[in-house]
Design a binder for this molecule. Structure first.
Ligand SMILES: Nc1ncnc2c1ncn2[C@@H]1O[C@H](COP(=O)(O)OP(=O)(O)OP(=O)(O)O)[C@@H](O)[C@H]1O
Ligand SMILES: [Mg+2]
Length: 268
């Protein structure tokens, strides 16, 4: 069963008339993780933000985005707001941008969970603290009273994962959730992502340049280039037998990069 169907999504820059995402169609199956891979500027983030209807109004989008029976592209702004967070959660590249810099992070959790579930402050605090501990954030009660700028990028991403654990969205969209982190934090956050998927069994869209991570977490992969999907398939099959030249290049460039990296380490 498909939980999300994107049908002929087209995104056009109304200032320049340029088509940035060109009639893209794909499905996310219930409980599966779909990765979107492709070079910088290929339209991965705009596609995901189009699902959430978060692109600037200068970018005009057409097509259908069916979440269960509902076309998200036809909802009013108010109806769409109710979709963000609970039914569809998003974890972005930069954890800082998810939080209001003028409030301690606990305020953000209470607002978000209060809005979607109507729980009291004490219930929210207890649930958040348990979730934070499950993603290896120690002393959660103190952390709730910190401002975003007092926390590292890796901690903020783990906070977002903890919030997602409590929100329990049906779909999680993660746009390069580890890119802004150092290598060690990347591994920690990735481990928590895997924990999140296992715990919730949510369906997930995962964008990453890290093909190792994609291979590990994704069931299906889409390859994007210049606003179009040029190849798609199950992860194992796509990695072992890519059909398109571009996919082969992308895979070998990444593997060469990591071989080179390994060599550098060995030579030290
Ligand atoms: N607000 C905007 N207005 C006009 N063009 C935009 C806007 N945002 C992005 N673009 C352009 O749309 C194209 C796709 O951008 P997008 O951010 O989706 O790429 P991406 O695949 O996510 O790249 P990356 O891997 O670097 O994150 C790019 O050429 C970008 O310059
Ligand atoms: Mg992007």
């Amino acid at each position: 069963m498909n939980i999300l169907e994107v049908d002929q999504l087209n995104i056009k820059d109304t200032h320049t008339g340029k088509v940035i995402v060109d009639n893209v169609s794909f499905e996310l199956r219930q409980g599966r993780c779909l990765a979107i891979v492709g070079e910088s500027g290929s339209g991965k983030s705009l596609t995901c933000r189009a699902i959430m209807r978060l692109n600037p109004s200068s970018l005009h989008q057409t097509g259908r985005i069916l979440f269960r029976e509902t076309d998200l592209n036809a909802l009013s702004a108010r109806e769409m707001r109710n979709m963000r967070g609970r039914p569809i959660g998003m974890i972005m590249q930069n954890g800082m941008s998810a939080f209001d810099p003028s409030c301690v992070v606990g305020v953000h959790f209470r607002e978000t969970l209060g809005e979607h579930y109507g729980w009291s402050r004490s219930v929210i605090d207890a649930m958040m603290q348990e979730a934070m501990q499950s993603v290896m954030l120690n002393q959660p009660a103190q952390l709730m009273n910190r401002y975003p700028h007092e926390l590292s990028g890796g901690m903020l991403q783990r906070m977002m994962i903890a919030l997602t654990l409590v929100l329990k969205p049906d779909i999680i969209i993660a746009d390069e959730p580890t890119t802004a982190l150092d290598t060690l934090s990347q591994q920690e956050v990735m481990a928590q992502f895997i924990h999140l998927r296992r715990t919730l069994g949510s369906s997930m869209i995962f964008i990453s340049h890290d093909l190792g991570a994609v291979r590990h977490i994704a069931d299906d992969v889409l390859i994007m280039k210049s606003g179009q999907i040029i190849e798609r398939g199950e992860t194992g099959q796509l990695f072992t037998a890519p059909r398109h030249d571009y996919t082969r290049q992308l895979l070998s460039a990444r593997l060469t990069l990591s071989d080179h990296f390994r060599q550098l380490i060995n030579e030290e």
